[in-house]
Design a protein around this ligand. Structure first.
Ligand SMILES: [Zn+2]
Length: 418
């Protein structure tokens, strides 16, 4: 049955998006295979791919395996047809990266925020941060030397409570911001779409589109470092919660009389197992006179604690193991609630390696409900600052490759013959 005429343009867009996604995920691919995978007619495929080639989005290449007769020409996505900028806005620095359509980082830079102005009393003024952010993005584009009109969008990752639809920061613990429009001034300056997303969510979106979460319907991305968070994908959909606050995993209570957390409550997972928590525990043990090589280290950091653990320091090993244990208890709870197929662990805290994550794995095994951890994959992913910026870039790429239907969040992508 023909759809109403008003839907024709949308259907065309859906089919174009479907074909583009097939070329991206299955390419190099022949037109014949595109037709059979998409259920579209050869004439429709021919028209759509001709448009893509004319706009340099798709390249023809070599010849594929012949199944008898002439060998087919293969099509592949031109990864350099467009570029996006991803930014991680942090407490003191801005990490920005430029990627191609395949999420490969081609250039990245670190820009310092004006610390003197940040340290003044009260919330940090957006008027201080936003011009530096704009300048950092400008320099990223200029220094990467890509053709400017091929930059298709900008993604910003920021810790805190983010309303990604209104592109507003509802609450930033770093800057003390409440209800600050971050994307709008950037969008006006660059005349490009700008997306704002919680930083943990950016890593999760990156895993879903370009990483281990591709084709996985139920997975979690746990981030460990200065804070602890989780990004949640259930039924193939990214889960945000009612006001975008899902994933404040670091603030589940493990001991109601435990140490004070930055959020003002006691005994949060973050207050017991984050990198700053481990450093704090080390300082407390040193103050109590415990024998450890950490006593001589100044400044005492998570890096120095990991180095001491490598060299056999008992306290360093115990503190990292405790942190992994509490983390594992928390992750086991998430597994019991959500039953994921895959857990990916990222964030700067992964540098603690097996000292932290072997105990985490043991605690997960010990505390998950019967059978839920049996077929579960746990991947510890090395992650630097650049990975966060790449994550923010993937938010833009995800939007570019999303079907128009998914953008409307109505029904799942399905090809319709026209
Ligand atoms: Zn807390």
């Amino acid at each position: 049955m023909y759809p109403p005429k008003g839907n024709r343009d949308l259907i065309k867009e859906i089919n174009r998006s479907l074909v583009l996604n097939l070329i991206k995920s299955q390419g190099p691919i022949s037109r014949k295979d595109l037709a059979s995978l998409s259920n579209l007619s050869p004439a429709t495929i021919s028209g759509i791919t001709a448009d893509f080639i004319a706009s340099d989005l798709v390249h023809e290449m070599g010849e594929g395996e012949s199944t008898g007769g002439r060998r087919p020409i293969l099509l592949r996505l031109n990864h350099q047809a467009g570029f996006v900028v991803g930014v991680k806005l942090m407490e003191r620095t801005i990490i920005s990266a430029l990627t191609d359509l395949d999420a490969q980082v081609l250039y990245h830079r670190v820009t310092e925020l004006p610390v003197a102005q940040l340290l003044s009393d009260g919330p940090v003024k957006p008027e201080v941060v936003l011009p530096v952010l704009i300048q950092a993005i400008e320099q990223t584009i200029v220094e990467s030397a890509v053709v400017r009109n091929r930059v298709l969008g900008i993604g910003i990752g920021l810790a805190g409570l983010i309303d990604n639809q209104r592109k507003t920061c509802l609450y930033s613990p770093f800057f003390g911001w409440r209800n600050i429009e971050v994307a709008e001034p950037l969008s006006t300056h660059f005349n490009l779409p700008v997306y704002l997303e919680n930083d943990v969510n950016t890593l999760t979106i990156a895993e879903k589109w370009f990483g281990y979460g591709h084709d996985i319907d139920h997975f979690l991305v746990i981030t460990v470092g200065r804070g602890i968070g989780v990004g949640i994908v259930v039924n193939g959909q990214f889960y945000r919660g009612a006001i975008g606050g899902a994933g404040e995993f670091g603030h589940i209570t493990l001991a109601s009389d435990g140490p004070l957390c930055a959020c003002g409550k006691r005994g949060c997972l973050e207050a017991m197992a984050s990198d700053p928590a481990v450093v704090r525990q080390a300082k407390a043990a040193i103050a109590l006179g415990e024998r450890t090589t950490l006593a001589k280290m100044d400044p005492l950091t998570i890096e120095s604690i990991v180095a001491a653990a490598e060299k056999g320091d008992k306290l360093a090993r115990k503190l990292l193991a405790d942190s992994g244990h509490w983390l594992g208890i928390g992750v086991a709870t998430l597994i019991n609630i959500l039953n994921p197929q895959l857990v990916i662990v990222g964030g700067e805290g992964v540098l603690a390696g097996a000292w932290r994550f072997d105990p985490m794995r043991q605690a997960i095994k010990a505390h998950t409900f019967n059978g839920l951890a049996d077929d579960l994959d746990i991947i510890i992913e090395p992650s630097g600052d650049e990975a966060w910026a790449r994550g923010a870039a993937c938010v833009v790429l995800g939007e570019l490759f999303k079907s128009p239907v998914d953008k409307r969040e109505e029904i799942r992508l399905r090809a319709v013959r026209i």
